[in-house]
Design a protein around this ligand. Sequence first.
Ligand SMILES: [Fe+2]
Ligand SMILES: [Fe+2]
Length: 242
Amino acid sequence: MDDFPSMQARCVDAIKRRALRLLHHTARGQRLILTMYLWAEEGTEGALLNEIIRQTDLPWVLGQVQRHTADEARHATLLRRRLAELGARSVGPARVDVVSRWKLQRLQALCQARAGRFSAGRIVPVFALAFRMEVMGVRVMARHVSVMEQLEVKPVETAAMLNVILADEQKHVIACEAALHRLVRDDEKMALEELCAEIDNVDRTLGITGAAVLWVTGAVLVVAESVRKMLPQAMLKLRSPR
Ligand SMILES: [Fe+2]
Ligand SMILES: [Fe+2]
C-alpha cells in the first residue's frame, strides 16, 4: 500500500495537470503560470544562490554558483520575453504569497538548526535547500511540458522555451547534488539524507490546497473569458430594434 506522501504527490500531480489544462484555455491563465515561474526564478532561487555565496569562499563553489546564477537570469529573461509576447504589459518584481513565505521561514529555520551537523557548516543545508528546490522545479516544468504535449492547440513557443529551461534545471539538480557530495563527509551522508527528507516534508505542506487553488483560478479565468466574449453580443441584441 502507498504511504501518505506518495498518495499526496499523485493527488497534487493529477489536480495540477487539470489546472494547467484549464489555465491554457486563456491568455491570462498562461500569463499567470509563467509569472509564477518568473517570480520563483527571480525570488526564491536568486536568494538561495546569494546565500550560498555568502557562506563560502571555496573557488569551485563560487564558480558553480556563478554559472548557475547566469542560467537563472537567462531563464528570467526568456520568461519575461514570452510574457510580453502573450500580452503582459509589465511584470513587477518577485512577490511571495503568504503560504510560500511561511514555508521559506520554516526552511530557513531548518537550515539554521541543522548547520551544526555538518563540518562544512551552514553552506550544506543551504545547498541542500537549493538542490530540493531544483528537483521541485524539474518536476513542475516536466509536468507542464507533458501537459502541453497533450493539448489540442499546442502552445509551441511556450513549450520550446520551457524545454530550454527544463534542460538547464536538470543540469542544476545534478550540479547541486554533486556539490553536496563534495561538501559532506561520508559520516554526514545520513544527516544529509534526513535533511533532504525534512525539506521535502515542509515543501509538501498544503500541497493539495495549493493545487486546488490553482485549478479554481484556472476555472474562474475560463468563465470570465466566456463572459467577456458573450457580453458584446448580448449588448448588441439589447440595443437592436425588435
Ligand atoms: Fe531556473
Ligand atoms: Fe535552476
